[in-house]
Design a protein around this ligand. Sequence first.
Ligand SMILES: [Zn+2]
Length: 196
Amino acid sequence: MTADASSEIVVVFDAGHGGGNQGARSMSGLTREEDIVLQVARELGQCRPDIVLTRTCDQTLNFAERADIAQAAGADLVISGHLDSIPDAPYKRGLHAYHHPDSPYGRRLAEYAVRSAPRELRGGNSILANSVPWKGRAKCVLEAYLPYSDALLIEFGYLSNTRDLGFVRSTEGIQAMVSLVIAIAEYYTQQRMEDA
Ligand SMILES: [Zn+2]
């Protein structure tokens, strides 16, 4: 690949949920996962218009529709952004990056994501503990994208944890998530070019 080839690598950011597809909630119910990841998408769109977005408003999209957008854009990598909530375990905090075993760059990207996350997002957890294979809901999301592209699902933190909640809804938190998505996109492009 030549240097120009980097512009041919297409990265999609998928803001999870939205519209009738309800995501996680804070304990009070006032902070919604779908709103925070949408803010991340919008900020991302401002500073990196080359990164394709699955949604920029509060709309309902199912997995197939999201995958269609990614496929139409010729996506090489889809980064799906989410937030978690476990009301029964409010002490749980920190980012998790889920990868699919069949995603060629999945594990590398997941480890990079956790390694590159600022301390406030990582929540003091180790890289290995937070770079985890597919399971549960993450499995459905990753499998929707996998036929067409590499896929990574990031749970940026827990809305059920007071510290995570405070950070992810702050201006600094949104900026940290945007910066992390950009860093992953750039790392992926660099890896692809090195491997070409
Ligand atoms: Zn979610």
